[in-house]
Design a protein around this ligand. Structure first.
Ligand SMILES: NC(=O)c1ccc[n+]([C@@H]2O[C@H](COP(=O)([O-])OP(=O)(O)OC[C@H]3O[C@@H](n4cnc5c(N)ncnc54)[C@H](OP(=O)(O)O)[C@@H]3O)[C@@H](O)[C@H]2O)c1
Length: 271
């Protein structure tokens, strides 16, 4: 992220108000961490207590009072396994609530920046998915996120839907990166699957991509794909995490016997 050049593009007299929903998730926390680096942006962070995005009246009220220029929706039902057992909740948060946000954005001429997922695809391709590829989710989470995308398109023309993949933060939240480091402290052997290929994406880089859209006043609306560039399996990623953290006394074992309720795309590289 080129912070200094970005500052020149947006003058302080044009201070924009940015509402960040789901502010206590790993991506939301990443924005909070970097808030001070962007004095020309007026961030308003709302976690699920401050604003439950499934509460349509609350959403309407917040938008009327705040009149944000941008809403970055970091709120989501992200537990892929639990979504299989509770599709209603997954669809409520990832689809219906996104429609409430879209309606509120429309009423206040606010630009919606919504985060979606590689899991909208079925994983049958062997080359990177581009924005024109037809989604075909194979699990409830992916289906609910796709419905969220469709709900945005129904109401808005000024939106960014940013699909990303294998999101992790080194500092915040529960994610693969932090889980591996945690487990490596107590377990000598870790069994990791190597039957899926994707691109782990650092939340810091996704944040940079989003803030560049705002700072550059991008009007390249629509669906975007953003991920870090290295394609790997979860096994490869675990290996990298241990190497980067100089952990030598934990052995990794490729093991695809771990059964999950939710199907995962075997290939979900975004191009
Ligand atoms: N994690 C991944 O691997 C991945 C991959 C691709 C795309 N994405 C997408 O990236 C975005 C950010 O994900 P993340 O990993 O940062 O998620 P996360 O860490 O699970 O955070 C999601 C946040 O949403 C909040 N939330 C849930 N229901 C809400 C509601 N009704 N109202 C307001 N807030 C609510 C949660 O708050 P509570 O905990 O208080 O409920 C939580 O703080 C999501 O759209 C996700 O679908 C994630």
């Amino acid at each position: 992220m080129s912070k200094n050049t970005s500052h020149k593009r947006l003058l302080s007299s044009e201070k924009k108000t940015i509402l960040v929903t789901g502010a206590n998730g790993q991506l939301g926390m990443t924005f909070q961490k970097h808030e001070d680096h962007y004095p020309e942006l007026n961030f308003v962070f709302m976690d699920s207590n401050a604003l439950d995005i499934t509460d349509t009246m609350a959403v309407k009220k917040v938008f009327e009072e705040l009149r944000p220029d941008y809403c970055i929706n970091c709120a989501a039902y992200t537990n892929v396994e639990k979504a299989e057992k509770d599709p209603e909740k997954a669809f409520l948060v990832n689809a219906s609530a996104v429609e409430f946000l879209a309606m509120a954005c429309k009423a206040q001429s606010c630009i919606l920046i919504h985060i979606s997922t590689d899991y909208v695809f079925d994983g049958q391709k062997t080359t990177p998915y581009n924005v024109n590829d037809i989604p075909n989710p194979i699990n409830v989470y992916g289906a609910s996120k796709l419905q969220g995308e469709l709900n945005i398109k129904k109401f808005l023309s000024q939106y960014f839907i940013i699909r990303t993949s294998w999101l992790y933060s080194k500092e915040f939240g529960k994610n693969f990166y932090r889980t591996i480091l945690q487990k490596a402290q107590t377990e000598k052997e870790l069994h990791i699957v190597d039957n899926q290929a994707g691109c782990p994406t650092d939340a810091e880089n996704l944040m940079g991509y989003i803030l560049d859209l705002i700072m550059n006043r991008s009007d390249n609306y629509g669906i975007h794909h953003f991920s870090d560039k290295e394609v790997m399996s979860w096994y490869d990623f675990a290996k990298l995490i241990l190497e980067k953290n100089n952990i030598q006394n934990t052995t990794l074992i490729k093991d695809n016997s771990y059964k999950t309720k939710a199907k995962r795309p075997v290939y979900s590289v975004l191009g």
